[in-house]
Write a protein that binds this ligand. Structure first.
Ligand code: PAZ
Length: 333
C-alpha cells in the first residue's frame, strides 16, 4: 500500500495567525472545574498514582508524566457524535519507551485505544499482530523472521512491568483529560524537581461545556444545518506551571502545519507560560524532524537519510536531549 489516508492537505489548512488565547488564571480554573463534572473513576486513578509515586520515592527513580494521543469533544451527553483529532499516540508511546530505557518511571496518560508503549509494535492496523504469526502443525507460532525483535520488545516490556515502572492511565474526552492531568500534577509535586512533564497529547482547543451538552442524540435540523457553538478550553498550562507542579520541569509540544509560524508560536508559548522547553513539530514532517525551542535558542533535531532508511525513531534522539535538560534543571534547583 503506497497511499496514506491520513496525509494532510495543507493548502486547505485553517489560518491560525490570530493572536493566542491568554493562559488560564486561578478564577478560570475554579470556574472550569466547578462547572464541569470530574470523571466518576477519578479517585481510583488518584489512588493508583499515589501508590506509584510512593514506589518511586523509594526506588529513587525520576518520574515522567507522558501525555499522548488526541482528545474527543462530545457533542451529546449520550455520545453518538464527537469532534476528534488525528493523533495516534505514536510520539507519546515511543517516547515513553525511551524514557523507561533511560531509567525513568513513566505515568502514561493516554487516549484510550491509542498506541501503548511496547504493544504499539504489534497492535496498530498497519502493524497487525497476526502478520507476525504462522501456523505450524496445527499450532500458532511466532514467525522466526520476527522473533528476535519480538523477544527484545518482550524483555523490555516485562522489565517495565516487573519493576513497576509504567503506569497506564486512560482518558477519552478533553474533560477527562483535564481533570486527570490536574490530579496527576498535584500528586507529582511531591517529587519536586525529579518530576518531568512531557506533554505530547494533542488536546482540543475547543469544547462544549456540560451546561450546554444535549442529553440525547442531536436530531436532523429543520434549517438543514447543524451549528455548533464551542467554547475555548482554558489554557491550563499556566496553572500547571504556576500552581499544580511549580518545581517540576515542563516540556510542552507545539504542532503547526505552517512552518512560517512554528518558531514564533513556540516562543510565544514559552513567554506566556514561563516553562522550560517547547518542542515544535510540523504535522507533515513530525516523524523526521523537531525543533527544541527555548527563549534564546532553536535547535533542530533531524533524522539523517541513513537513520530514516534504517527506520530509526526520532524519539531515540529526542529523549536523551530532554533528559540532559532535566539533569540541569535538577542541578540548578
Ligand atoms: O500522536 P502522533 O505521534 O501522531 O502526533 C504527535 C503530536 C504531533 C500530536 C505531538 O508531537 C504534538 O505536537 N503534540 C502537541 C500538539 C499541540 O497541541 O500543539
Amino acid at each position: 500500500m503506497n497511499y496514506h489516508t491520513s496525509k494532510p492537505e495543507t493548502e486547505s489548512a485553517i489560518d491560525r495567525s490570530i493572536p493566542d488565547f491568554p493562559g488560564a488564571e486561578p478564577i478560570d480554573e475554579k470556574n472550569y472545574f466547578s462547572a464541569n463534572k470530574p470523571p466518576p473513576y477519578l479517585s481510583e486513578i488518584e489512588d493508583q498514582i499515589k501508590d506509584f509515586i510512593e514506589v518511586h520515592v523509594k526506588s529513587g527513580k525520576r518520574v515522567v508524566l507522558v501525555t499522548s494521543g488526541g482528545t474527543t469533544v462530545p457533542l451529546e451527553n449520550n455520545t453518538v457524535r464527537f469532534i476528534d483529532n488525528f493523533s495516534a499516540g505514536t510520539r507519546g508511546a515511543t517516547s515513553a519507551e525511551y524514557f523507561l530505557e533511560n531509567g525513568y518511571a513513566v505515568i502514561f496518560l493516554h487516549r484510550e485505544f491509542s498506541l501503548l508503549p511496547y504493544s504499539r509494535h504489534y497492535s496498530h492496523t498497519t502493524n497487525c499482530f497476526l502478520d507476525y504469526m504462522i501456523e505450524e502443525n496445527g499450532k500458532v507460532e511466532i514467525n522466526p523472521q520476527f522473533s528476535d525483535k519480538m523477544l527484545t520488545v518482550l524483555r523490555k516490556y516485562n522489565n517495565a512491568k516487573n519493576s513497576k515502572s509504567l503506569l497506564l492511565i486512560p482518558f477519552t474526552t478533553v474533560n477527562q483529560y483535564l481533570f486527570t492531568l490536574r490530579s496527576c500534577s498535584t500528586l507529582l509535586e511531591k517529587l519536586s524537581t525529579k518530576a518531568l512533564f512531557y506533554l505530547a497529547a494533542a488536546v482540543s482547543d475547543f469544547f462544549l461545556p456540560m451546561s450546554r451538552l444535549p442529553q440525547h442524540k442531536i436530531q436532523s435540523q429543520a434549517t438543514g444545518k447543524l451549528v455548533v457553538d464551542l467554547e475555548q478550553v482554558p489554557k491550563f498550562l499556566s496553572r500547571l506551571v504556576d500552581d499544580w507542579a511549580p518545581r517540576a520541569m515542563i516540556v510542552s509540544f507545539k504542532l503547526e502545519t505552517d512552518d512560517n509560524i512554528l518558531i514564533s508560536k513556540a516562543k510565544g508559548a514559552l513567554e506566556k507560560y514561563q516553562h522550560q522547553l517547547v518542542i515544535g513539530n510540523l504535522l507533515q514532517t513530525r516523524k523526521r524532524e523537531v525543533v527544541f525551542v527555548t527563549l534564546d535558542n532553536e535547535d533542530w533535531i533531524r533524522l539523517s537519510d541513513d537513520q530514516a532508511e534504517k527506520a530509526m525513531e526520532i524519539e531515540e534522539l529526542i529523549i536523551p536531549k530532554v533528559i540532559e535538560q532535566h539533569d540541569s534543571w535538577i542541578n540548578r534547583n
